[in-house]
Design a protein around this ligand. Structure first.
Ligand code: BGP
Length: 473
């Protein structure tokens, strides 16, 4: 990799911090939703709120030079009036200072899904008022931390958040409403542009981008029907985030189709102007798997996600009526949560994104969720090592072909709360004993990754042949 390549790991506030009612933090929509429905929650999570120094020490000893994490909006802004919680502000000063003292570059996300409940109560992201609240929150944190932090991203995975909450209904606010899905999507992208604008107007010296849940699109063949389905799928999965944030343009063919059935009058001329004029300068791509697409063959929309691991194996299904269907290649390998293991998709995906957008790319999440016995003396997570090796190799292949990739973050730093999958789906390089004061224990992958970071990728082995018979966009 090039000099100064960022090698690190990633977390999100709600998933790792715990301390849900400490330090003046107010509830987020996740606290309320999970408590009310009696579901596994992140009250304690990995106890990072109390053990962040130990975590940062482990990062340093593990050879990392960066850490991607998010700020919890409910720790920072107390209420609808926008009052600041000084204790929350201080907490993140401490985390950032600890990173800097250990040679770890902070890479900060403003919103990784923990919306304050008081904003959910006024309509959440489907309401325009939340855009103004986000601008206020962003201005406070840019002013506080702007001189210490170079890398900022506005949102983590707007697509995943909006579809899960407003259409699939497995995340809060847990509804199925296409009109609100469109509104929430639009307001998030508008909030992204407004935060970018503000960052620049405040004369900040760092860089600002957005993080997207990237599903590179592949087709089952190269017929015209498949090509059309692939374009629809690309709009659904990727373009409405990437085109909007990077090019300042919401795909017009998608807007045209939505306009036939839904009310888009809430989108104002000024909004389009703001979006056009305030685009991001880099993009973070989270890669877990590609999306293999075939033409729509009939029936209602089905969006089914496996949140129960081995038990629900093979139950994932995505059909978007009149748009496309997703298929799972039976010859491929999958995790217990139905995620395809397909490193080639990362290579192709980077090349597609780089050719189309030409801006710097950071791979802001990549990793594998597994059931693991962490009570053993040494945790030999060979499967994870193989997975990471092959994905880093995919990035190196793209870099060799000219793609400008500047950083890589493994999801996740330590085991943490995996949203609706609970704590059993482990992603960390460091094990967390959730039953025992969240004691930390590095896995074999942690030591393996240390060598990768310290050699700047030279210890990665090229083990896979790539298939040249795929059909991409
Ligand atoms: C991404 C999110 C993360 C993380 C990861 C793994 O979509 O940005 O917050 O959770 O996916 O997903 P999961 O925990 O559902 O397995």
């Amino acid at each position: 990799m090039k000099e100064n390549f960022l090698w690190g790991t990633a977390t999100a506030s709600y998933q790792c911090e715990g301390g849900w009612n400490e330090g003046g933090r107010v509830p987020s929509l996740w606290d309320i939703f999970l408590h009310k429905n009696n579901l596994e929650n992140g009250n304690v999570a990995s106890d990072h709120y109390h053990q962040y120094k130990e975590d940062i020490r482990l990062m340093k000893e593990g050879g990392h030079n960066t850490y991607r994490f998010s700020l919890a909006w409910p720790r920072i802004i107390k209420n609808l009036q926008g009052e600041v919680n000084q204790e929350g502000i201080n907490f993140y000063h401490n985390v950032i200072d600890e990173c800097l003292a250990n040679g770890i570059e902070p890479f900060i996300t403003l919103f990784h899904w923990d919306l304050p409940q008081y904003l959910e109560e006024i309509g959440g992201w489907a309401s325009r008022e939340v855009v103004a609240a986000f601008e206020h929150y962003a201005a406070i944190v840019f002013k506080e931390y702007g001189d210490k932090v170079t890398y900022w991203t506005t949102f983590n995975e707007p697509r995943y958040y909006v579809f899960s909450g407003y259409k699939i209904g497995n995340y809060p606010p847990a509804i199925d409403d296409t009109q609100l899905t469109i509104q929430a999507s639009f307001y998030m992208m508008l909030a992204n542009a407004k935060a970018v604008k503000q960052y620049r107007e405040m004369g900040q010296n760092g860089k600002i981008g957005i993080v997207h849940s990237y599903s590179p699109i592949f087709g089952i063949d190269d017929s015209l029907e498949t090509k059309i389905a692939m374009r629809n799928a690309d709009n659904y999965f990727n373009n409405w985030i990437l085109d909007t944030a990077i090019l300042g343009e919401i795909p017009v063919d998608m807007l045209g189709r939505l306009h036939e059935k839904y009310d888009l009058s809430f989108m104002k001329t000024d909004d389009f102007k703001t979006i056009k004029e305030n685009t991001v300068e880099f993009v973070g791509l989270n890669y877990y798997a590609r999306a293999l697409i075939r033409p729509y063959s009939g029936g209602e929309t089905i969006l089914r996600i496996n949140n129960s691991g081995a038990e629900g194996r093979g139950t994932s299904k995505v059909v978007v009526k009149n748009w496309f269907e997703q298929v799972w290649d039976p010859t491929s390998e999958f995790t217990e949560w139905d995620t395809e293991i397909y490193p080639q998709g990362l290579y192709e995906g980077i090349m597609m994104a780089y050719r189309k957008y030409g801006i710097p790319i950071y791979i802001t999440e990549n990793g594998i969720g597994m059931y693991e016995d962490i009570t053993v003396e040494s945790i030999r997570d060979e499967k994870r090592i193989e997975f990471l090796n092959d994905h880093i190799d995919a990035i190196q292949r793209a870099v060799e072909e000219g793609a400008d990739v500047r950083g890589y973050y493994i999801w996740s730093t330590m085991d943490l709360y995996s949203w609706k999958n609970g704590h059993d789906k482990r992603y960390g390089l460091v094990a967390i004993d959730f039953e025992n004061d969240c004691k930390r224990k590095p896995k074999a992958s942690y030591y393996w990754y240390k060598q990768v970071c310290e050699s700047n990728g030279k210890t990665i082995e090229r083990k896979r042949e790539y298939d040249s018979n795929f059909v991409s966009l």
